[in-house]
Design a protein around this ligand. Structure first.
Ligand SMILES: Nc1ncnc2c1ncn2[C@@H]1O[C@H](COP(=O)(O)OP(=O)(O)OP(=O)(O)O)[C@@H](O)[C@H]1O
Ligand SMILES: [Mg+2]
Length: 353
């Protein structure tokens, strides 16, 4: 139904007056893959999407689709489907008319229009609701209509700007799986903007983390999560313990007065920050024996959150946040327990201070 296209941005920059919204963004989206753009509010995600769609002219840089430079083309000449956070449906038109609108604009004959609208509605599992008005649909259904409307024109590229953020958690999970299924079935090259890190990691082939108009890191989800290049990226994609430390030699740090191995990856000797994810800290019996770093501390806080137990542990000058799978409730530690906390040295990642 769609053709898988390659999308490339080179040095894309957008100034609004003196403000720099997007600052030299270069990235490649492989044909048929989904790129997640992640980052804090105001970092330029929507502006990048709008630039790709042609809704804002870029200040500098080029955008190509399958090697063809589309930077100067008007939006309607770009063959791009868009879904925004707000459903932006026409309230006075039926579902079918909303979905068929783009086809009508393109002069597609009525008979073919009907076939393609029915096909698109089936894809988003809305067959039978063609006659309804948007206000007669739930939020999730409205967003499905918006998706059908974007797909019905058989775009080369699909752009999704926080399409799930107005939905409640359950609908969000459901539609997330469905969008991914449709994207993979159509093999449509997609850019998915979100500020929800779990969403980006779970759904996308490649994740780009943006900060202040730039791409801070881009790579497969596991790489972004396991080998973040900066503290900013590490903090943005998941929970993190952060402690001041000193790099004493490549691969060795001093942490709270003790020397130990850590992943220092090119950080110079001297003051630095040691970081580790809470679930990589292993308490007591849960930790395999071996050449693991360890500290002994006292549990100061326990929060049972169903599938996880979160602990705060005080060990010397260090405050540790630890997350363990809630196995059996009887095995949960209590406030005041003295616990040994272990970790693999390469899970302790060090960044320059
Ligand atoms: N039309 C505009 N005129 C002036 N400044 C703008 C305009 N659109 C965006 N900006 C600014 O550009 C920067 C990037 O905005 P953008 O909407 O791309 O951020 P975002 O990453 O999508 O944020 P959010 O997560 O809140 O949606 C912001 O500082 C914003 O205020
Ligand atoms: Mg935005």
């Amino acid at each position: 139904m769609t053709r898988s296209a390659a999308l490339t941005l080179r040095g894309v920059t957008k100034h609004f007056g003196a403000a720099v919204a997007v600052d030299g963004v270069s990235l490649d989206v492989a044909p048929g893959s989904m790129l997640g753009l992640l980052g804090p509010s105001g970092c330029g995600k929507t502006t990048v999407l709008r630039a790709i769609a042609g809704l804002v002219p870029v200040t500098a840089g080029t955008i190509t689709v399958d090697g063809e430079d589309i930077t100067a083309r008007p939006p309607h000449g770009r063959d791009i489907g868009l879904v925004f956070q707000q459903y932006a449906l026409f309230p006075h038109l039926s579902v079918a008319a909303n979905v068929g609108f783009g086809l009508e604009m393109r002069g597609v004959a009525a008979a073919e229009r009907r076939t393609r609208v029915a096909e698109a509605l089936a894809m988003v599992q809305l067959s039978g609701l063609d006659g309804r008005r948007p206000r007669e649909l739930s939020g999730g259904q409205q967003q499905r209509v918006a998706l059908a409307r974007a797909l019905v024109i058989r775009p080369r590229i699909l752009l999704l700007d926080e399409p799930l953020s107005n939905l409640d958690a359950r609908l969000r999970d459901e539609l997330r799986v469905e969008i991914r299924r449709i994207q993979q079935r159509l093999r449509i090259t997609t850019v998915f903007v979100t500020h929800d890190q779990a969403e980006a990691l779970a759904m996308c082939d490649v994740v780009g983390v943006m900060s202040q108009g730039r791409v801070a890191q881009i790579g497969p989800p596991a790489e972004i999560y396991e080998r973040p290049v900066s503290r900013m990226v590490a903090e943005f994609v998941g929970r993190l313990n952060t402690w001041p430390c000193e790099v004493v030699a490549p691969g060795r740090i001093r942490l709270d007065g003790r020397e130990m191995p850590a992943a220092t990856d090119g950080v110079a000797n001297g003051a630095a920050l040691a970081t580790i994810r809470p679930h990589r800290l292993l308490l007591g019996g849960a930790a395999p024996a071996g050449a693991l770093n360890h500290v002994t501390g006292q549990v100061t806080h326990v929060a049972y959150v169903g599938d996880l137990v979160q602990y705060h542990v005080a060990a010397g000058a260090l405050q540790l946040r630890v997350e363990a799978h809630a196995a059996r409730h009887a095995e949960t530690h209590r406030v005041g327990d003295v616990v040994e906390c272990r970790w693999w040295p390469d899970d302790l990642r060090v960044f320059g201070a």
